[in-house]
Design a protein around this ligand. Structure first.
Ligand SMILES: Nc1nc2c(c(=O)[nH]1)N[C@H]1C(S)=C(S)[C@@H](COP(=O)(O)O)O[C@H]1N2
Ligand SMILES: [Mo]
Length: 519
């Protein structure tokens, strides 16, 4: 073989490897993005979103043609086409990057921007939906550069026998990335499948109407100040805290709730029976003990369910019992005072959230909602057992991990408007936010500027003592930097403590404090 032909052949193999680098880099990026989307916002996978955009963009006649050609396999045909186009693009990106540093990256960035736009234009895309396409793009670009860089160390001939080390390191990176992409793809498929199955279960549920008239939201409970959180938190925006990697998929016909332990009679309840019970509907603001002062691990929803006390009454707890250990299908447990489940606060076995069956992430098909207690001692999702027991004998999941066995929600308040660190116009500045003291109620909210006198805010009427309250106050701010603090007083007259304590073991205290610059 003459020198020129071997060089040409070398360039051709190098091109092949460069294309492979592009395919592996994009494969890894897309797989990483899909994996992340599977956990973060299953409703918006970048690939599905892009597919949706393509479907919307395709003219009607072409859609009909596709249906005629492929029949019910039209969706599969679309997916295969998108995959093919992506594959070609990926190979081109690899080639470009090998020819000229940055050229392939630019193409990847462009494709990533298209994915991001597709996700963001889909209806109901949560803000977190942007994370997956961004991560996908970053991973793609990173690995594209890394792989091509390794390939370049082999110039001009990748197969050159005199560079075994460089060759091995390139092959290892390429092979390792390909395996990682495949693994991420498999995990994503499994997660997705579980999610689809559970969503189908959920679609099949028709909720009964509550037997009590709808709880009244007093006039003026929702203030109109821009930037305030809505009085009732929409389900997609509701904070989510649990130890489940993916929400357990529970099929309602298979669901049972057992009442066990210190009871006269063990009771078992199935889903159809639960739905036939007289349901009540209540606004309750639930909160996480891990919520930092000023944090957003709190939300207010309208919960539909059957009072837990009715079920416990059927089982008849024995004397000496003081706790109910509720268990999730995934083994997680919470220890709730028996008293809080049997008194008049309307702790419920909830099946509905804001007029819908519980979202999968919020405990479908059944969870507990107990007014006044932090979630970790009360709000068991994917509920399956209530063991009547004693605090002396049993502990919920978080208690041996350093959290208190009792978790009443502490009085707290939060400034939402203006946001911390903002610049505002000197003069009268409108402040607004929320305050809560579940099951006691809030009687007063006050603000102070630069540690001056406390000034009382306008407190909107609460829906009940078990929900949060909105507040608003105009404060005079002269030019300069100001510290603004808020404190709430509960209906027993006890102000929230000023001392800052960490979230562990039983919830943070201290005043939410923000800084604004007036000019
Ligand atoms: N099965 C199960 N239920 C759970 C948890 C959990 O980890 N597993 N976390 C609890 C905690 S700590 C909180 S604050 C609330 C949060 O409920 P949400 O995710 O619906 O907002 O759920 C509670 N219920
Ligand atoms: Mo929590």
């Amino acid at each position: 073989m003459s020198r020129t032909t071997s060089k040409k052949a070398g360039t051709r193999t190098a091109a092949r490897w460069a294309a492979a680098c592009g395919v592996v880099a994009i494969g890894l990026g897309v797989a990483a993005g899909e994996l992340l989307a599977g956990f973060l916002s299953p409703s918006v996978s970048p690939v599905t979103a892009l597919g949706g955009v393509v479907i919307d963009a395709v003219p009607g006649w072409a859609k009909e043609l596709a249906v005629n050609l492929f029949g019910t396999a039209d969706k599969l045909a679309l997916i295969v086409s998108i995959a093919l186009v992506t594959l070609v693009l990926a190979a081109v990106a690899g080639l470009l990057e090998y020819r000229r540093k940055g050229a392939g990256l630019a193409l990847a960035l462009l494709a990533g921007a298209a994915g991001l736009a597709a996700v963001l234009t889909r209806a109901q895309a949560a803000p977190t939906a942007a994370i997956a396409p961004v991560v996908a793009t970053v991973v793609t670009m990173l690995f594209l550069r890394l792989l091509i860089q390794r390939l370049e160390t082999l110039r001009p001939v990748p197969e050159a026998a005199d560079m075994p080390l460089a060759r091995r390191s390139f092959m290892q990176l390429l092979g390792g990335s390909a395996i990682a992409a495949a693994a991420a793809g498999i995990v994503t498929t499994v997660v997705r499948r579980a999610g689809t199955v559970a969503s189908d279960f959920r679609r099949g549920v028709a909720l009964p109407a509550p037997v009590t008239p709808p709880q009244k939201v007093p006039d003026g409970a929702a203030l109109t100040l821009a930037g305030l959180q809505p009085l009732v938190t929409p389900n997609p925006d509701f904070y989510r805290i649990d130890t489940a990697l993916i929400p357990p998929a529970v099929n309602p016909p298979d669901w049972t709730l057992k009442v066990t332990g210190l009871v006269e009679r063990e009771v078992q309840l199935d889903f159809a029976t639960l739905l036939s019970k007289p349901m009540i509907e209540r606004y309750v603001t639930i909160a996480c003990v891990s919520n930092e002062v000023g944090g957003d691990l709190i939300g207010n929803a309208l919960w539909l369910g059957w009072p837990v006390r009715e079920l416990l009454a059927m089982a008849r707890p024995k004397p000496g019992a003081d706790m109910v250990l509720s268990r999730s299908t995934d083994g997680w447990t919470a220890g709730t005072p028996l008293e809080a489940l049997t008194d008049n606060r309307d702790a419920i076995l909830a099946v509905g959230m804001n007029g819908e069956p519980l979202p999968l992430e919020h405990g479908f098909p059944v969870r507990m909602v107990v007014p006044g207690l932090y979630g970790y001692v009360s709000a068991t999702k994917w509920l399956t057992e209530l063991k009547v027991t004693r605090f002396a004998d049993d502990q919920g999941y978080w208690v041996p991990r350093g959290w208190s066995d009792h978790g009443p929600i502490k009085t707290q308040s939060r400034i939402d408007v203006p946001r911390d660190g903002r610049s505002v116009k000197a003069g009268t500045v409108q402040f607004g936010g929320v305050a809560w003291a579940q099951h006691r109620g809030v009687s007063r909210v006050e603000l102070r500027v630069d540690r001056g006198n406390w000034q009382e805010a306008k407190l909107a009427p609460g829906i009940s003592s078990d929900t949060w309250y909105q507040w608003q106050l105009g404060l005079e701010l002269g030019p300069g930097n100001h510290e603004v603090q808020v404190r709430a007083t509960d209906a027993t007259g006890t102000p929230q403590p000023e001392a800052r304590t960490p979230v562990a073991p039983d919830g943070a205290t201290g005043f939410h404090t923000i800084h604004v610059t007036a000019n």
